[in-house]
Design a protein around this ligand. Structure first.
Ligand code: KG4
Ligand code: ZN
Length: 359
């Protein structure tokens, strides 16, 4: 195997413009030579959510500076880099195209290999930046656009065990923050204000809790939060109670569904030892970490969480996925195009829309 591979990673799938230089070290983990993330919170704050065209324009304005900074911070020249990886999907096409095109251009003029990374694979492999982890492991991927339980069998080999049938978990957090006027970005604010409230004050629904395996649903919970938020008439204390009760309900749902996912994982892999890895933006939530660590203790599993800086969108995880794919000769052609939808397990059933049967 080649050693000490160094990659430039680029990420522009949503509202973070990011570039990073990562080197695989002798321990099989990563040396983070640089990790630059420029968040667009200020641009989207007044709209209470990400506006795709604004995000794309901000990526265009920032990307060259961010890439340049990532190389300068890493004290490295482009010719010392072994390859370029950029997120190719899933995400907003107008945003993805910015990072993907500049990545392809750099690869073409510097004659380096190019890898178009699945953003979800970036999240899935992100714990490997700091930990040497053996395959297979159980992944709970919780982000703004995705909520999935997967068996990570190897790089490029995923089996989906369950997913959300409606909203993604981060989306449910963001919508709750919007309904309660807690500000943008939603998830971290729900977590912050939950600390001021009584988590048992509201009894909220736990949709499909006892059916549909480890598939999840948050739409009914969101509707209940909306209904209660109208009744409380802006009362501050009650807002915090509602935020805390929402987060507590999420924790109850994740506890139960993760338990089911662990059982399915054991059955499918015949492994007695389970490593549960929680990744994606929502994995930054401390109460969710605590809750899942309690479950893991009860079920004799090991939990691994990426460092907070690698939970939200970043390019370190994209460069890392690039290195891992490069090591397996999974190199892309330079004409690879952006994809808005790109499941990690292409055989998994599509779990949204009318006619869905759950048992
Ligand atoms: O992975 P990510 O940065 O972007 C996507 O790939 O979607 O995840 C962003 C999501 C947002 O919905 C954000 O509100 C949520 O992660 N999030 C959180 C927390 N930090 C970020 N949700 C709950 N608690 C947090 N502390
Ligand atoms: Zn993400």
């Amino acid at each position: 195997m080649r050693e000490q591979i160094t990659f430039l990673g680029i990420e522009t799938s949503c509202d973070e413009t990011a570039a990073a230089v990562i080197r695989e070290n002798k321990n099989g983990t990563a040396d983070i030579l640089s990790n630059v993330v420029s968040s667009q919170i200020a641009e989207h704050e007044k709209f209470g959510g990400v506006v795709p065209e604004l995000a794309a324009r901000a990526h265009l304005e920032n990307i060259e500076f961010i890439i340049d900074k990532s190389l300068k911070d890493a004290k490295i020249n482009l010719n010392e880099i072994d390859g370029i990886a950029a997120t190719a999907g899933p995400g907003l096409i107008v945003c993805l195209t910015v990072g993907l095109n500049i990545g392809k251009s750099i690869a073409a003029f510097s004659k380096k290999p190019f890898i178009g990374v699945n953003h979800l694979e970036g999240h899935a492999l992100s714990p490997g930046l700091e930990n040497k982890i053996e395959f297979p492991y159980l992944l709970l991927l919780i982000s703004g656009g995705h909520t999935q339980y997967l068996i990570v069998k190897d790089v490029n080999q995923y089996e989906q065990l369950g997913t959300t049938i409606d909203d993604a978990l981060g989306e449910a957090f963001d919508k709750t923050a919007k309904m309660l006027n807690l500000g943008f970005p939603g998830g971290p604010n729900v977590e912050k204000f939950s600390k001021l409230g009584d988590k048992n004050y509201f009894k909220l629904p736990e949709p499909i809790i006892n059916k549909a395996g480890c598939n999840l649903s948050f739409a009914g919970l969101k509707t209940a939060v909306l209904r209660e938020s109208k009744k409380i008439n802006g009362d501050e204390k009650m807002k915090y109670n509602l935020a805390a009760s929402f987060q507590n309900t999420i924790n109850k749902i994740l506890f139960k569904k993760t338990k089911v996912a662990i059982e399915i994982f054991k059955e499918k892999t015949k492994k007695k030892e389970v490593r549960l890895i929680v990744a994606g933006g929502v994995a930054a939530n401390k109460s969710i970490r605590e809750n899942l660590s309690n479950l893991a203790k009860e079920m004799n599993c090991k939990t691994i969480y990426p460092d907070l800086k690698f939970c939200g969108d970043n390019a370190a995880m994209i460069a890392w996925a690039g290195i891992k794919r490069f090591n397996k000769d999974l190199i892309d052609k330079i004409d690879i195009s952006a994809k808005s939808r790109w499941p990690l397990d292409s055989t998994a059933p599509y779990m949204k829309g009318p006619g869905l049967k759950l048992d």
